[in-house]
Design a protein. Structure first.
Length: 128
């Protein structure tokens, strides 16, 4: 094989590997407010910050109250929320319809970026 052929073949293989790696990239949760397992005053909004721009029509979240002080055997209760984007396309904003009472909560999220592969997770926190 000529040296030019070798160089071209090497460049093709390198570009293929780089392209495949980029295609496998998925959004990763970088941080949240409130943070995981934090104890906070009732938040007016919950923010999830991801590593990639989100596709809003395929990304979603829910907020579940998992426990209430003084009550045992409390069944998880889905809270009414609004999910929206932010000025930063890597941020998902969750706004509770009403102030959150004291208790434990879990945000269940689904994030989709341009690769269209959904990634899911959850963040527990508590309200004092």
């Amino acid at each position: 094989m000529s040296s030019l052929g070798y160089v071209l073949k090497s460049a093709f293989v390198t570009l293929t590997i780089i392209g495949a790696t980029a295609a496998l990239a998925h959004p990763k949760l970088l941080s949240s407010t409130p943070a995981e397992n934090a104890e906070v005053t009732p938040p007016e909004r919950i923010e999830l910050h991801f590593s990639e721009d989100l596709v809003p029509q395929f990304s979603a979240a829910s907020l579940v109250m998992t426990g209430m002080p003084g009550m045992t055997g409390h069944s998880p209760m889905k809270m009414s929320i609004k999910v929206s984007g932010a000025d930063d396309p890597k941020t998902m904003v969750i706004t509770p319809a009403q102030p959150l009472p004291a208790g434990t909560y879990r945000v269940d999220w689904r994030a989709v970026s341009s690769d269209t592969h959904p990634v899911t997770g959850s963040i527990p926190f508590s309200v004092k």
